[in-house]
Design a binder for this molecule. Structure first.
Ligand code: IMP
Length: 427
């Protein structure tokens, strides 16, 4: 009964979709357990590239069942469009399952996400503007609307009227925006409900039964450890729990079911949006990393901030997720550097520390302490084993494994599924 969690070990965009896709054919269920259409996975199969936002990457494998778990927030209009677009490219979505307990992103969530960010000015978080934070706020405040409410028109209307009574006051009186009509939204969402009805299921029950039957369940985190609402660089975080613990809450599987936690780290670091980033490069080297690595958001198209590998945050990710194995992605991007710096500690107020500081104030003041590794010039994009890597690239990977405190199971040397060096079984 293997249940494997895939978790980003940095600030997102580590290439989690590739790891999921690589296991595709051996996996029976691929579950998204948090986040919403703020996520963006790019999966390259052969010559085809797919950008997925809400659909789990398992949708691309004819052998696995893609599941949107209860911990996800769903914008139903976006999901219906994504299903339509991918079906138009010949990918079947028939097997998709959606938890009846998942919360919905409503029009007022999107409006509030945008106006509150504008209102914050310089202090803004740099959200994706998709309504994620406001949807999770309502979930916790117990004023959220769930997938199952789409099948009870009277309840849906009642909940919407209640919640919009307050939200419209905020939208019109605080932010000077137009109010939202409850009846119109109810009609629109009931229509969405009709189109999604055939996918809705008791996903926690199905997943637990699958594990009893020895099926392989993959729990696919969106965003990443340092964007976790509890363990990330708060308040510059997303509003859910991408860390491995969130996989249980967001899917309805108990912690004793999890057999492996696969951390995904990029061979360097990127971040989108505001917040501390000790190894950030704001010069032409950073621009070179962005261009060479194609570091532009899948969801928003925004330029990603870029920097060197930070072993301090990766070690932290090992700790808070209980990572058992790592997948290092995009090693090929670093080819051609004279020296490859790796941050091994932070200098904070004159003292060098090996761990993530306890407070955000200290994190903001952290200066990276680097160790410099010899670079390599060769094209490594066809390497199939560790021995096919140039000695310096091999030394870099082995040093990272040592610093981050968990073995490396795979190394990505290019975007395609077959551009991977596998060292240990992923399942
Ligand atoms: P939100 O998730 O839209 O509320 O945005 C909160 C923060 O998380 C912002 O800094 C976003 O840029 C960041 N974020 C959200 N989703 C992703 C992602 O998939 N990759 C990287 N950063 C993300």
């Amino acid at each position: 009964m293997p249940a494997i969690v895939i978790v980003g070990a940095q600030w997102g965009d580590e290439g989690k979709g590739k790891a999921t896709d690589l296991m595709g054919d051996s996996v029976d269920f691929v579950v998204r357990y948090q986040g919403g259409n703020n996520a963006g996975h790019t999966v390259v199969i052969g010559e085809e590239s797919y950008a997925l936002h809400l659909l789990p990457s398992g949708v691309l494998s004819p052998h696995s069942v893609p599941v949107i778990g209860n911990g996800v927030v769903i914008d139903p209009g976006v999901l219906i469009k994504e299903i339509g677009d991918i079906q138009a490219r010949g990918v079947s979505c028939e097997r998709l399952l959606i938890s009846a307990n998942a919360h919905l992103i409503m029009p007022h969530h999107v409006s509030l996400d945008k106006v509150t960010e504008r209102y914050l000015g310089q202090a803004r978080i740099g959200t994706t503007g998709r309504g994620i934070g406001p949807a999770y706020s309502d979930k916790v405040a117990r004023t959220g609307i769930r997938v199952q409410d789409l099948f009870d028109p009277a309840i849906l209307r009642q909940k919407l009227e209640l919640v919009l009574r307050e939200k419209n006051q905020v939208l019109t009186k605080v932010y000077n925006r137009r109010g939202i009509d409850a009846g119109r939204v109810a009609d629109e969402y009931l229509e969405y409900g009709k189109r999604l009805a055939s996918y809705v299921a008791d996903t926690s029950l199905i997943l637990n039964q699958a594990l009893e039957e020895d099926k392989v369940v993959l729990l696919e985190g969106a965003q990443a450890t340092l964007l976790d609402v509890d363990h990330g660089t708060y308040p510059f975080v997303t509003s859910s729990s991408p860390t491995a613990g969130g996989a249980c809450v967001g899917s309805g599987l108990g912690p004793t079911r999890i057999t492996k936690v696969l951390g995904i780290v990029k061979a360097y670091t990127t971040r989108v949006g505001a917040g501390p980033f000790p190894t950030e490069l704001t010069d032409e080297v950073g621009e070179w990393l962005r261009k060479t690595g194609g570091e532009y958001g899948v969801t928003t198209g925004r330029e990603r901030r870029t920097g060197w590998f930070d072993a301090v945050i990766a070690r932290y990710a090992t700790r808070v997720n209980g990572v058992t194995d790592y997948f290092i992605t995009k090693l090929d991007v670093l080819s051609g550097l004279e020296k490859v710096p790796v941050c091994t500690g932070y200098e904070i107020d004159g003292v060098v520390r090996a761990d993530v500081p306890m407070t955000q104030t200290e994190f903001h003041h952290a200066k990276p302490v680097y160790e410099y590794f010899d670079g390599w010039w060769e094209d490594i994009s066809n390497a199939k084993s560790l021995s096919e890597l140039p000695a310096n690239a091999r030394a870099y990977v082995l040093a990272l494994a040592d610093m981050i405190g968990a073995p490396v199971a795979a190394i990505g040397v290019g975007p395609r599924r077959d551009q991977t060096i596998q060292l240990r079984p992923l399942i």
